[in-house]
Design a protein around this ligand. Structure first.
Ligand SMILES: [Zn+2]
Length: 548
């Protein structure tokens, strides 16, 4: 049978299959939960448990609208999901296991569960090495015939589910497995590996103020099996450390050392090259010898001549191989560092920090630079954040970074400020303290200037004694107490204070004061002038805030 005949036959067969598929009559393998009846019609699997599992899956999706939620629900209730073995000695048997995310998605995306006939969702392609590869085809290339057999959900619900899944996919973003650099500021996007399970980690952002802060998250297994996250690390400190490491590595000095090492290695190359060349020489000698032997033999002696010719041929092949190998290795070793190279490297080393620190350099460009320098970065969260950096070329560098502080601790008032407020309260009111702290250049936990209210809040929060209590503890008197002691009315106390006869200390910003006990000698003229006041004097009130 010729090639052309085979081709025609194949095309006919293919055409027959397609025609049958277009009529919805092509028997294709059915997913678990569906099976062929005795009349070769597709229908629901008679196994009640299988049916219930699928119904539970679709009902959970209708309730929650998320494939991950289905996985979590199955896991939470300890439910198992059926699977039919496709090959092996137990082919066709039903096995039960935990539902995975990818499995749930497969079921949700399969139109056959909605009673539709479908053919051509995937296409196969032959590879050069004889293997096969398959890829998903877009929906408009499928043969899709709705309502062909009983299903678990109506067709409208299938369509609604597809819309829902599409929306979910857009909300979560496409898979970022070693994806090209994007706009976000996470420096190591697509380069981070999890130190716990080895999966590639993804980036999530959270906002601090208006600034997006990256988090590196290992969520692959958690999505697949509905488990908690493997690990999540705040990326800000890691990015800063990597940035510093690159700046430190890319100095002219460091590059000089690298070039020197390279040259040293190349000096040794000459020795290696000489050894390799002797191997080629030996092969050439063997080939020449075989040639001479062949030429010397009598052509009539055909048996010997044939053997010698074969020998000569094999020696020539060996020579060719040796020559090729020698050239290949020599080519691989070439690349001596010339002065031009060195100048270019130095230029890079000087330019790099400038470009790196320039705020106008977009995050995407910085990430491209990182990808040129780093192979990957492995992260592990323990008492510290352990960062293992692998440079292109295999060099390794380990960093240990402290765990970042939580948001409350980041906003906490610095201890030095609390101590300063405590000290200043002996002498000053809250407004004065705020001014003094601002003059000293101190800032609040959120980096803002101090206001009297902020000082008041610090005093209250840290349980510091207020100024009134402090002055009272020093024995200072209220206006009423002073009036009683001097035998005068309270407004007179304030007048005496204003005239400088009494020493007063304000205990708040409203100008309310406490008085130092009067000197033993009181102004005589007032004593004599108004003796009746002594009888009228109001008895001192017990220490009260309102007493002025
Ligand atoms: Zn992990």
């Amino acid at each position: 049978m010729s090639e052309a005949e085979l081709h025609v036959l194949k095309a006919r067969l293919q055409g027959g299959i397609l025609n049958k598929a277009r009529r919805g009559e092509l028997p294709t393998p059915l997913p678990v939960g569906l099976g062929y009846t005795a009349l070769h019609q597709p229908g629901l699997d008679p196994d009640r448990q299988v049916q219930d599992s699928l119904r539970c899956l679709f009902a959970t999706f209708q309730r929650t609208g998320s494939a991950l939620a289905i996985v979590k629900a199955f896991r939470q209730h300890g439910l198992q999901f059926p699977r039919r073995l496709k090959k092996g000695p137990h082919k066709g048997e039903l096995v039960w296991g935990a539902l995975t995310h990818s499995r749930a998605l497969q079921v949700l995306h399969n139109p056959r569960y909605a009673g539709a006939f479908v053919y051509g969702r995937t296409g196969t392609r032959k590879l050069v090495d004889g293997g096969q590869t398959w890829r998903k085809r877009p929906r408009d290339q499928w043969i899709l015939l709705p309502d062909m057999h009983p299903g678990y959900i109506p067709w409208e619900q299938f369509e609604a589910n597809q819309r829902r899944l599409r929306e979910n996919a857009q909300a979560q973003g496409p898979d970022r497995r070693k994806s090209p650099p994007r706009e976000g500021p996470a420096l190591l996007q697509g380069l981070v590996l999890c130190g716990v399970c080895g999966s590639r980690m993804t980036v999530r952002y959270h906002c601090r103020g208006t600034r997006p802060v990256p988090d590196y998250v290992c969520q692959k297994a958690s999505i697949e099996h509905g488990r908690p996250l493997c690990q999540r690390l705040n990326g800000e400190a890691i990015d800063q450390a990597i940035s510093a490491l690159l700046l430190e590595t890319m100095t002219p000095l460091a590059l000089d050392v690298a070039v020197a090492v390279q040259q040293e290695l190349q000096a040794r190359q000459a020795e290696v090259d000489r050894l390799r060349r002797t191997h080629v020489e030996r092969a050439r000698y063997d080939a020449d010898l075989a040639q001479r032997r062949y030429l010397q033999v009598d052509p009539a002696n055909r048996l010997v001549a044939e053997t010698l010719e074969a020998d000569w041929n094999s020696k020539l092949r060996a020579l060719q191989d040796a020559q090729g190998e020698y050239e290949r290795l020599r080519h691989a070793d070439r690349g001596a560092v010339t002065d031009a190279h060195r100048a270019r490297l130095t230029a890079v080393a000087t330019e790099f920090p400038r470009l790196w620190q320039d705020p106008r350099t977009p995050a995407r460009e910085k990430k491209r630079m990182v990808r040129l320098l780093l192979e990957d970065v492995t992260l592990l969260k323990r008492e510290q954040m352990l960062v293992q950096v692998r440079f292109k070329g295999g060099a390794l560098k380990s960093l240990a970074l402290p765990l970042p502080l939580g948001a409350p601790l980041l906003r906490k008032t610095p201890a030095v400020v609390v101590r300063a407020v405590d000290r200043l309260l002996d002498q000053h009111t809250e407004t004065e303290i705020a001014t003094l702290l601002n003059q000293q250049g101190l800032r609040s936990g959120t980096g803002q200037a101090f206001t009297p209210m902020a000082v008041l809040n610090i005093r209250r929060h840290y349980g510091l004694r207020d100024r009134f209590q402090r002055l009272r503890a020093q024995g200072l008197l209220t206006t009423a107490e002073m009036a009683a002691r001097l035998g005068i009315v309270r407004c007179m106390v304030r007048q005496w204070r204003d005239k400088g006869l009494l020493r007063a200390h304000p205990y708040n910003d409203k100008g309310q004061c406490l008085y130092e006990p009067p000197a033993a000698e009181l102004p005589g003229k007032f004593k004599k002038k108004r003796p009746y006041l002594r009888e009228k004097a109001i008895p001192p009130r017990i220490c009260q805030r309102s007493a002025v």
